[in-house]
Write a protein that binds this ligand. Structure first.
Ligand SMILES: Cc1cc2nc3c(=O)[nH]c(=O)nc-3n(C[C@H](O)[C@H](O)[C@H](O)COP(=O)(O)OP(=O)(O)OC[C@H]3O[C@@H](n4cnc5c(N)ncnc54)[C@H](O)[C@@H]3O)c2cc1C
Length: 494
């Protein structure tokens, strides 16, 4: 698509979405869905730096392998991803995780052990398995059990995950189970991770019911009763399209191509609000100006900014230093995913789980290994297994300085020791995510409230993405859709 300096056609409403990850695609799609409610038909243009839309998600087919280089599934107890798939007509493509392997492993003294059945990120929903586990020492179990009797802690606005778990359950449960299970999701340092921004339900449990163990046991009893009554959820906790996450991004892209313009491989280098537009602009009327190169300027009536916060800060800095300052204070971590395909006969471990998480105190060079082809069918040819190993994150950024071959060798050596992988992989590739994962540090939600307040004072601009109120796929879809809805509501008012 050639870049150009466009003359705005004043009879049409021009709407821009900057960023073509899941958030931006969802925003553009929602704009498309709502177009009929506007008095004038809008022209929708999506700008994305990457060569194809999808952002940090990506599905690659290689012979009989189906490889997710980024996200591989989404949680179904947040409704927005399933709802979107329904509207896109691909709900029947969703598959659930393979029940036979539904458990996780955690490393203890170099050996993978099963996470006790019913352990819900922080608290046990079943008593027997946590009493029997070898992951915790007898003292660790006793200290954890004391939580049942502990009074409520001092109620604060926010607290780090590490501080909360140590306070309620003791150090051992934190180091051995919670840090690897929760820290891994966010590739974060749990000493800094905000509990309110990531797992608010545990804060609420303490506030409302005092003991998390009590609350979790009660909740588990209720859901068991619901299952018996036949009101179980339609999907398991995680789902994905049979052909991978790119079925969602691909379908969104196809739908959009019919009615919108997608500018792939085009980076927005400057964004100017109407009031700041230079007098000399060759535009027939004032509007949001989007610059994509020297002299490449287009005008829009409204803009959704669906890019990482630090990139958004660069675009708004010239005319809202305060907003830029808040945006740039959201830290980001980098990580790499090393995908490797193996012959099953080359692996000593039965891989009878969805994956292995690794506590920081084990001092290994990998964060987690997802057994991708155990989680979902159709990911590896017969007799083979597909693994996805996570490296780097907030706690080990220095490892990402290694080149791809070095990372593959590092992972190979770790997999040999952890899972008895005795031969080189038959397939290996590295995907790097540089400053892609926002870190929700203590105080994050207060900062996001401030960002929202500042953005609300800028008509025609909406912010969306994983930087704000959730990093998971359903959250990003919701964030993009909400931004589109706010934007359309604003346009209708004016
Ligand atoms: C390795 C990894 C694994 C994950 N696994 C899961 C998982 O299994 N389940 C889950 O729910 N979530 C997972 N996540 C999280 C989730 O995938 C992401 O939070 C989500 O996809 C982010 O989408 P986004 O659109 O907000 O941002 P991005 O995907 O970062 O998209 C932003 C887009 O904006 C573009 N862009 C940036 N600047 C500009 C500019 N100036 N002009 C034009 N375009 C620009 C970029 O090129 C990019 O395409 C994972 C994340 C990572 C990194």
């Amino acid at each position: 698509m050639p870049q150009h300096s466009s003359q705005t056609n004043s009879s049409r409403l021009r709407l821009a979405v900057i960023g073509g990850g899941l958030t931006g695609l969802s925003a553009a799609h929602r704009l498309m869905e709502l177009a009929g409610s506007l008095p004038v038909a809008p022209e929708i243009v999506l700008f994305d730096s990457s060569s194809q839309p999808g952002g940090v998600t990506g599905t690659v087919r290689q012979d009989d392998w189906l490889i997710e280089t980024g996200a591989d599934s989404f949680i179904t107890n947040k409704p927005w991803a399933v709802n979107l798939c329904r509207r896109l007509g691909i709900e029947d493509r969703l598959i659930a995780t393979d029940d036979r392997f539904r458990r996780s492993l955690v490393l203890r003294n170099g050996r993978p052990l099963a996470v006790p059945e019913g352990f819900m990120l922080m608290a046990p929903a079943r008593v027997g398995p946590i009493l029997r586990t070898r992951i915790l020492s007898p003292w660790g179990k006793l200290r954890m059990g004391l939580e049942y009797l502990l009074p409520r802690g001092r109620q604060t606005d926010d607290e780090s995950l590490a501080s909360f778990v140590r306070r309620r359950f003791g150090r051992e449960l934190f180091e051995r189970l919670v840090q690897p299970l929760v820290g891994g999701i966010y590739t974060a340092d749990p000493e800094l991770l905000s509990l309110r921004a990531t797992l608010p339900r545990f804060l609420e449990m303490e506030r409302d019911q005092r003991s998390l163990i009590r609350a979790t046991l009660k909740q588990a009893a209720t859901s068991r009763a619901n299952e018996h009554a036949g009101s179980g959820a339609r999907y398991g906790l995680f789902a994905t399209p049979a052909g991978g996450i790119s079925e969602i991004t691909g379908t969104l892209t196809d739908r959009l191509r019919d009615v919108a313009t997608i500018r792939s491989g085009v980076t927005v280098t400057a964004l100017r609000p109407p009031a700041a537009a230079p007098e000399t602009a060759r535009e027939s009327r004032s509007g949001w100006q989007i610059e994509t190169g020297p002299g490449e300027i287009e005008s829009f009536d409204a803009v959704v900014l669906a890019i990482p916060a630090w990139r958004a800060a660069e675009l708004v800095n010239a005319w809202s230093a305060e907003l830029a300052d808040q945006l740039s204070q959201i830290p980001y971590a980098s990580s790499a995913v090393v995908v490797s395909g193996h012959r099953l006969e080359d692996i000593g471990h039965p891989l009878d789980a969805f994956g292995l998480v690794i506590p920081a105190i084990e001092q290994r060079k990998v964060l987690a290994v997802s057994f991708a082809s155990r989680k979902f069918p159709g990911r590896a040819p017969d007799g083979h297994v597909l693994l996805r190993t996570f490296v780097g994150g907030a706690l080990q950024p220095e490892l990402l300085e290694r080149n791809d071959q070095e990372l593959i060798e590092l992972v190979q050596s770790e997999l040999r020791e952890l899972l008895g992988v005795s031969a080189p992989p038959v397939l290996a590739r590295v995907a790097r995510y540089n400053r892609a994962m926002p870190q929700y540090h203590v105080g994050h939600l207060a900062r996001v409230d401030q960002i929202d307040a500042l953005a609300a004072g800028i008509p025609g601009l909406e912010l969306a993405g994983n930087a704000y109120r959730g990093v998971g796929i359903p959250d990003c879809i919701h964030s993009g859709e909400q931004a589109a809805e706010r934007l359309v509501a604003g346009l209708r008012e004016t």
